[in-house]
Design a protein around this ligand. Sequence first.
Ligand code: AMP
Ligand code: MG
Length: 366
Amino acid sequence: MSEELKKYRFTGDGKFNISSFDRADTGSFSGRDEAVDEFIANLHEINRLQQKLYAARREGVIFIFQAMDAAGKDGVIRTVFSTLSPHGVKEYCFKVPSSVEQSHDYLWRFWSALPAKGNISIFNRSYYEDVLVGRVHSLYKNQLWPKRLEDNDFISDRYSQIVNFEQYLYDTGTRVVKIFLNVSKEEQARRFISRIDTPKKNWKVSSGDMAERDYWDEYMDAFETMVNKTSTAHSPWYVVPADSKWYARLTVSRIVVETLREMAPEYPDVDEAEAKLFAENRAKLAAELGISDAPAEPAEKPKKEKKTKADKVFAKADSVTEDIIKDEEEGKIKKEKKSAKKASKAPADDDSGFDAVSVIAREAMS
Ligand code: AMP
Ligand code: MG
C-alpha cells in the first residue's frame, strides 16, 4: 500500500483527529492532469479483479460511504465503480428508515443487502447513520423501548455492536471497508450554491441539508468518534480528503484496488475429473467442426487480425496498468507528467467508440 493511502487509513491503532485533517490535501499531485493515467489504470485493474472475485466466489465485500451532504459520494460511486460488471455489484442507498424499518432493530434492514460471496455491495450511507444523524439528534428517543431499556444510552452501545457485526461478517466471508469523504464546511457551501445556480443540479437541493449545517460541529464530533471507535484491522476506515473531487475519486479508486488485491481472488482451478470431461467435450466439439482433436498447435495459429483503433486504445490502457503495477511493486509510483498531460488533453469525443474507461476517467478528473 502506498504511503499516501496509509495516511488516510485507520485500523484502530492511531487516533483520528478531525480538526487537524487537511480536507484540501491532494497528496503528491499538483494538479488533476498528473492523476489521470493512474485513475484509468486503477479502473482497469478494478474491472480485472472483479472478474476474478466473481469467478472465485469465496468472499464478498461491502464498500460503505459516509459523508456530509455534497461531499461527493454519488460522483465517487458513479465513476470509481464504472468498470464493474453489473452482475456482481449492487448499490444500496439508505435513507430515513421507513416505519416498518423503524419497528425493527437498527441493523435489520442491512441483512438483505449483504453481498453473496463473489459479489460487491456498495452502501451509499449505512448503519453508521445511526451514530451520526442518530447521535446528533438523539433519534432513539423517538422510538418506544421495553421498560428495562428506557434509561439506556443506546448510542454508546452501538459502536461495539457495529464492531461485533463487522467482525461476524469478516469471520463468515464478507469484508467491510468504510470510506468517509471528509469535505469542509466552506466547500460544502460552494457546492450548495452551485446546486442552486445550475438548473440541472437543482434536483439535488434540499432544505433539510441546509438545516443540518447548523449542527456541523456536532457532526464532526460524531464522525471523529465513529472512526476512533469502529476502526479495526479487518474493517478499516479510510478518511478521504474531499474538497478536491478528482483527488477524492483517485483516492477511492486506490482503496478499491488495494482492498481487492488484498482479497487476492484467483480463477478457480479445474480438478482432475473436470479436466477429463473438458478433454472429452473438446474432442466432440472439434469433431463437429472438423478441426484438430488436439489443443491449438502452432499449425492452427489464428490469423493475425487487423488492429482497430479501439484495440490500440485498450492496449495503451493495458500497458499503463502494467507499468503502474510494476512501479508499485518496486515501491514507487512514477509520475510521468508528460504522458498524463497528453491523456488529459485528448479531445472529449476521442473514445474510439468503446473506451468507456477513458471517457469516465476524463469526466471524473475534471
Ligand atoms: P440522501 O442520501 O442525501 O438522499 O439523504 C438520505 C437521508 O437519509 C440523509 O439525510 C440521512 O441522514 C438520512 N438517513 C439515513 N439513514 C438514517 C437513519 N438511520 N436515521 C435517520 N436518518 C437517516
Ligand atoms: Mg441529502
